[in-house]
Design a protein around this ligand. Structure first.
Ligand code: PHE
Length: 318
């Protein structure tokens, strides 16, 4: 109707056959008619399409009001969840998050920590050596001396409070409680008059928050060349409340973190005056804490890549 040969167009064009003085009035009317017809047609088309759609919808069981498929949401790994909580807790106590390299030098991993080449303590850390003489760090402790040196180089003296969450590696035979790749969180405090009492208090506060209950701790002597005195800190067993069960091997206690007072040699390596300052350090095995918190009995789950395991840990809103 509107095409080059359409009736409406013919009508509009017929303006040329009129005397000049009649043309404007005719043109105005003709255009108004054209617009009216176009409008009416559009309305009909719209109504027709709607009716058509309704008919189609009625013929299927498609429900346009139903919400669409939701994109699957990922979840944080349980180690990340607990690490985040620990970082929040320690930063709220004034600690600063430090990082260090996973490929480490022999000096920072061992020598700077008072573990010389011929020291038997090296044997208990089954190290992955690289062909260039470096190694995969066996603990997060190398970051102790790295941090102290960096601060000393920039003219800073203690107080110093840092935590170092990070991945570590040992050439272990993997079983229920040993992994070649694991996560630690190192802590280091250096200041005047830092004592074992400060260490115990900090550890108790940390365990209370992470295990979500009141805890008792005990210290046993533990040997690490970079602390003196060195301790193994135990927590009362959360599964039997200290009565004795298979998890705590009937002892009522669970060994949870090695710690101690920073050895003066380590302070000296870090450029800190060991006559004026003392400090404490701890090395928390994150998997161990996560296992206690969620009751997980096999450390291999963490690196196993099984989504059924990894997606079970809802993040608690913080
Ligand atoms: N780095 C030690 C380890 O991995 C743990 C430790 C850290 C001990 C700090 C004492 C002080 O075995």
């Amino acid at each position: 109707m509107f095409g080059a040969k359409g009736e409406v167009l013919d009508f509009v064009r017929s303006v040329t056959s009129l005397p000049k003085e009649d043309r404007p009035a005719f043109g105005k009317h003709a255009n108004a008619i054209k617009q009216e017809v176009e409008q009416a047609l559009a309305t009909r088309r719209e109504a027709f399409a709607q009716a058509e759609l309704q008919r189609e919808l009625a013929a299927t069981d498609f429900d346009p009001t139903e919400p669409g498929p939701r994109p699957a949401r990922g979840a944080l790994h349980p180690i990340t969840i607990v690490q985040n909580e620990l970082v929040d807790l320690f930063t709220s106590m004034g600690f600063v998050w430090e990082d260090g390299p996973e490929i480490e030098s022999e000096y920072y991993n061992f020598d700077a920590l008072n573990i010389p080449g011929d020291h038997p303590a090296r044997e208990s850390q089954d190290t992955f050596w690289l062909s260039d003489g470096n190694l995969l760090r066996t603990h997060t402790s190398p970051v102790q001396v790295r941090t102290m040196q960096r601060l000393a180089k920039n003219g800073f003296q203690p107080p110093l409070k840092v935590i170092v969450p990070g991945r570590c590696f040992r050439c272990e035979t993997v079983d229920k409680s040993h992994e070649h790749t694991f996560y630690q969180m190192e802590g280091l405090v250096v200041d005047r008059d830092v004592s074992v009492a400060n260490l115990i208090h900090t550890m108790k506060t940390c365990l209370r928050v992470i295990l979500e209950r009141d805890v008792q701790v005990r210290l046993r002597p533990g040997f690490f060349p970079f602390v003196e005195p060195g301790f193994e800190l135990d927590v009362n067993c959360p599964f039997c409340s200290g009565k004795g069960c298979s998890v705590c091997k009937q002892s009522g206690w669970i060994e949870i973190l090695p710690c101690g007072m920073v050895h003066p040699n380590v302070l000296r390596q870090g450029g800190i005056d060991a006559e004026q300052y003392t400090g404490f350090a701890f090395g928390m095995g994150l998997q161990r804490v996560v296992m206690l918190r969620y009751g997980i009995d096999d450390i291999r789950q963490f690196m196993g890549g099984d989504l059924r395991f990894a997606s079970q840990f809802p993040e608690v809103p913080r």
